[in-house]
Write a protein that binds this ligand. Structure first.
Ligand code: ADP
Length: 388
């Protein structure tokens, strides 16, 4: 079997003209590090964010040329925006999403919804659950990590797939800087930390450069991360979904054989429309809602211990009940949660006996119970997933 080299990839990419027609993308330094996983190649090309849509043919050309190298069976080529100070995954993605591309898969959902049993499971993974939010910045990724650690504390074998590919956060949240290796069987070996297997686009391309995705690419990249990673054996794979409830999220919810979904929301959104959109999205594709986590729910003053309901706390539980959805718990706004999350030392891993870790473990327990009982609180049975 021929081994694909970085040089071969660069050689091909020298044929691709850069955005301003003054040289090729390699000599202009627009190509990221190239990650080669056996016969698959991952890299990104840096472009001005506002020209991402116009430069799609350039991306497609790069992908085509790399796929033409003998021995290459797949290539994931993404466009990334030039790094700008202060740009975060929270404020950037929606503006950069090419709106027409995002709307194109509109027809697909209905077709797939009609045949949910067509979703193939991931070999060796018993259940897959999605963690989702109506918008970015509500603590979805932090919740994914701590929920995964809570599930592990219950004795389960757990993995996290960072499907939040607009702003992959697992390298940071889990404190992982290394890159994955290949297994002998040509699969990507997931990274491992705190006893959990982790995979993220951030391990394959530069995590700090915001990625610009077009709808169909998201689904194809996610499919590769799901199926071409050596997850087995896992009891639960927690998928940290991209924020929002648009067509891309909907398509993903349909393609991934989900046992259920956890919705993360701040008190404000729950009262507002965002979280409800999330509920409706999963209901539309008949995925059981395992429950709602209310994040940044209240604040305890570190000096006095006094509780402040700064975001008008109190309605979430009732709201969840009104929408016929289990309420999983409330996580306070806490500087330790933030500091640990941002330092790559998630609180449930490093302070397992803390108040916060207890909250997350409690949430994990309810998630597991709701998964086992096979209903989503609405009395509807969860769809059975068969595994090879
Ligand atoms: P999302 O995945 O929804 O974009 P993140 O998990 O990345 O959100 O969280 C956004 C920011 O909020 C991060 O800096 C994180 O550390 C912080 N954060 C999340 N949950 C809490 C919490 N309960 N208390 C304090 N900070 C939090």
């Amino acid at each position: 079997m021929s081994v694909v080299t970085r040089e071969q990839v660069l050689e091909q990419l020298r044929q691709v003209t850069g955005p301003d027609f003054d040289g090729d993308i390699v000599s202009q330094g627009l190509v990221s590090d190239i990650f080669i996983a056996g016969s698959k190649v991952f890299f990104s090309i840096t472009v001005p964010a506002d020209r991402a849509q116009a430069l799609e043919p350039m991306r497609a050309m790069a992908e085509k040329l790399v796929k033409a190298i003998p021995g290459v069976v797949g290539a994931v080529v993404t466009l990334t925006a030039e790094k700008k100070g202060g740009l975060t995954s929270d404020d950037a993605p929606p503006a950069r999403m090419p709106s027409r591309a995002a709307q194109r898969p509109k027809q697909a959902p209905a077709a797939h919804a009609a045949a949910p049993q067509a979703k193939a499971g991931v070999p060796g993974v018993k259940s897959i659950i999605a963690v989702s939010s109506g918008k970015g910045g509500v603590g979805k990724s932090t919740t994914s990590v701590n929920l995964a650690l809570g599930l592990k504390a219950l004795g389960l074998k757990v993995g996290i797939l960072d499907a939040d590919i607009y702003g992959p956060s697992m390298p940071r949240l889990m404190g992982i800087k290394e890159r994955p290796e290949m297994t002998k069987g040509e699969l990507i070996k997931p990274m491992e930390k705190y006893g959990i297997k982790v995979m993220s686009m951030g391990f394959l391309v530069d995590e700090e450069a915001p990625m610009i995705w077009r709808g169909p690419m998201v689904v194809s990249a996610l499919t590769q991360l799901l199926r071409e990673v050596d997850w087995a054996p896992l009891d639960v794979l927690v998928v940290d979904m991209p924020p929002g409830t648009g067509d891309i999220q909907l398509t993903m919810a349909q393609r991934v054989p989900l046992a259920g979904a956890v919705i993360v929301s701040t008190p404000q959104d729950l009262a507002l429309i965002d979280a409800r959109k999330g509920l409706n999205m999963f209901r539309k594709v008949e995925i059981p809602i395992l429950g709602i986590v209310e994040n940044m729910s209240y604040f305890i003053a570190p000096d006095t211990g006094k509780r402040y309901d700064i975001f008008g706390h109190g309605g979430a539980k009732e709201d969840a009940e009104r929408h016929n959805v289990p309420f999983l718990g409330e996580v306070p706004l806490d500087m330790d949660v933030r500091a640990n999350s941002d330092a790559g030392t998630p609180i449930t891993a490093v302070a397992p006996d803390s108040e916060h870790a207890k909250i997350y473990k409690d949430i994990a327990k309810k998630v597991m119970e709701n998964m086992r009982s096979g209903t989503d609180g609405s009395g509807r049975a969860a769809p059975k997933i068969t595994f090879e």
